[in-house]
Design a protein around this ligand. Structure first.
Ligand code: PGA
Length: 235
């Protein structure tokens, strides 16, 4: 495990983008696992700058996102597909057909879970997985549970997560209660993992993740077992 202490959020965002940028330069056909939420926004802004100044070429890159709310269509401005398009994809030369986000309005969610797992298999796995950290230790939408869920699944969001994400919605009642997320096994199979954690409020959970017991009650604690984990923190 490599731990990088950033001075502040801007520093964290630059450092994270540098690592992702290096991955793109060294392997222009990389498969990137991408995340949504507040933390990666600055990272994506720096990647867009890298594209604009000619350093980064996304034309051969494929991406797989971690999760999506159940019930939100891509055109809903709270959906994670909408987030990815507006925060990153629309501003770089990535081929949209090589970007994947789980379908939150699929008519058969079981089938959608299987489709998404098969899609990741077909891409030969993820070269670099970017992760944020939930206040309750979740990664993707793998919420605290009795077991580590291995594959893509539909999850009931915890009260903690609904409360934490309410800031993005007009009303807390509008926050979807279910989501589809890739599983812990898919995350752990990524060749490299980059975990970015910002804000004092995450200090305690980050300490549990990095130094506490490995337990599905703190899903991100499993990352201690990953052979190529980088953590960038400003907490
Ligand atoms: P945040 O969310 O970046 O908005 O804090 C992280 C997460 O829930 O994974």
């Amino acid at each position: 495990m490599r731990i990088i202490k950033a001075q502040d959020y801007d520093d964290l965002s630059r450092k994270a983008a540098n690592i992702i940028g290096a991955q793109i330069i060294l392997n222009p056909t990389s498969v990137l696992g991408l995340a949504t939420g507040g933390t990666p926004v600055g990272t994506y802004q720096n990647l867009i700058k890298g594209y604009q100044n000619g350093d980064l070429d996304f034309s051969g890159i494929s991406t797989v996102n971690l999760d999506e709310y159940v019930g939100l269509s891509p055109s809903n401005d709270q959906s994670y597909r909408y987030f990815m398009d507006t925060q990153l994809f629309n501003h770089v030369n990535i081929a949209k057909e090589r970007t994947s986000v789980p379908d939150g309005v699929a008519s058969d969610m079981d089938l959608e879970c299987k489709r998404y797992d098969a899609l990741m298999e077909g891409l030969n796995g993820i070269d670099l997985q970017l992760l944020g950290l939930g206040m309750n230790g979740h990664i993707g939408f793998n919420e605290p549970a009795d077991i580590f869920e291995k594959t893509t699944h539909v999850v009931e969001l915890s009260e903690d997560t609904v409360n934490a994400n309410a800031r993005f919605f007009d009303n807390i009642e509008d926050v979807p209660r279910r989501a589809i997320t890739i599983g812990i096994q898919s995350i752990m199979k990524a060749k490299k993992i980059l975990l970015i954690v910002s804000g004092e409020s995450k200090r305690q959970i980050l300490d549990q993740v990095l130094n506490g017991p490995i337990t599905p009650l703190v899903p991100a604690s499993v990352l201690q077992l990953h052979p190529d984990l980088t953590v960038i923190m400003s907490v």
